[in-house]
Design a protein around this ligand. Structure first.
Ligand code: AMP
Ligand code: MG
Length: 315
């Protein structure tokens, strides 16, 4: 059984000895390992069942540490760090030669972030190093936003989990690449909106397409519950009458025979509660799950991205 703790010294000692640790961040819980310890990094891939082609984000205590990992940190990167770190923004920058290529999936770029969760910050300061910390879930399943989700994911392990309550943001970080000779590019939507980043950069972010950098690991089916899941605009009456059908609403919930969770009309609240709602319904052994498609509005962009990987469109 995994073990819960709030003992930062114990957590640090485990990391220094090359063990893994589940760690709360403001986005989701991470499966952390000492980023300088290749064996510990290999254990992250092994426990998650994550392919080695999917690179890891390096978590730092502060922006000064970025110099140890990346080169060519230009004025644009510095402005973004100053404005959004600590916070849910990951920057992909040219990697120093010493950065283990197991972290970057063989690429010459490295992804860096300074998390804002107070427990993650305290741990990183005490650890005085850097941690890789992909989401603390088995490959292709739902990211955890509470310690209970992590326990469920790794029930048959002796993983140590730092308790940090429910994650405030609830979706994975926004990822932006800033590489020499390439305009800044949005590699993954997150709750830190692309528009806010563009304002600080003073130029638009490129989106989609293939640039010099790949962001592997963003599979079409990802973040997915085990229960077959569908997005809808108009609730099918037959499904509303079916007790084996579960529902997630963004306001406007209709009466249904099956269990329903209304996450409300505010995208910030919806994002915060989404993965917990997926865990709750997925654990009920339902026949299917129905998710109301949110409005087509920039504030919902990251939610649309995750829902499109977790479910199929019904209509
Ligand atoms: P997460 O699953 O939240 O740990 O985020 C990892 C994701 O960040 C990967 O699936 C990639 O899409 C992206 N990523 C991490 N490192 C790099 C890198 N060096 N270059 C480009 N994308 C990266
Ligand atoms: Mg993940």
């Amino acid at each position: 059984m995994p073990q819960l703790t709030s003992d930062l010294d114990l957590a640090c000692a485990r990391l220094r000895a090359g063990h893994l640790l589940a760690l709360p961040t403001e986005t989701v819980y991470g499966l952390a390992a000492d980023a300088r310890n290749a064996e510990a990094v290999a254990r992250v891939f092994a426990l998650k069942g994550r392919p080695s082609s999917n690179p890891l984000i390096v978590h730092l205590a502060n922006a000064d540490q970025a110099e140890d990992w990346a080169t060519a940190i230009g004025p644009a990167a510095r402005r973004l760090m100053a404005r959004f770190w600590p916070g849910p923004l990951t920057l992909v920058l040219p990697a120093r030669d010493q950065v283990p290529r197991s972290i970057t999936a063989g690429q010459d770029s490295v992804a860096l972030r300074v998390p804002a969760h107070p427990v993650a910050r305290q741990l990183l300061e005490r650890f005085a190093g850097a941690l890789v910390a992909p989401s603390a879930n088995r490959y292709m399943s739902i990211s955890p936003t509470s310690s209970a989700h992590v326990v469920q994911q790794f029930a048959d392990s002796d993983l140590l989990i730092l308790e940090g309550g429910e994650c405030r943001v609830g979706l994975e970080s926004t990822i932006v690449s800033l590489l020499p000779g390439e305009p800044p590019r949005l590699l993954r939507e997150g709750m830190l909106a692309a528009g806010a980043i563009e304002q600080v950069l003073g130029e638009p972010l490129l989106r989609g397409g293939e640039g010099a950098v790949r962001a592997p690991g963003q599979h079409h089916r990802h973040y997915a519950p085990g229960t077959p899941s569908w997005r809808f605009r108009e609730a099918p009456p037959a499904a509303l009458a079916d007790p084996r059908c579960g529902w997630i609403w963004c306001g406007g919930a209709r009466a249904s025979a099956g269990p329903a969770i209304d996450l409300g009309e505010d995208p910030v609240d919806f994002a915060q509660g989404l993965y917990a709602a997926l865990y709750r319904l997925d654990n009920l052994g339902l026949e299917r799950m129905m998710i109301r498609t949110p409005p087509d509005d920039a504030a919902w962009a990251a939610i649309h991205d995750r829902l499109s990987r977790a479910s199929a469109m019904l209509d």
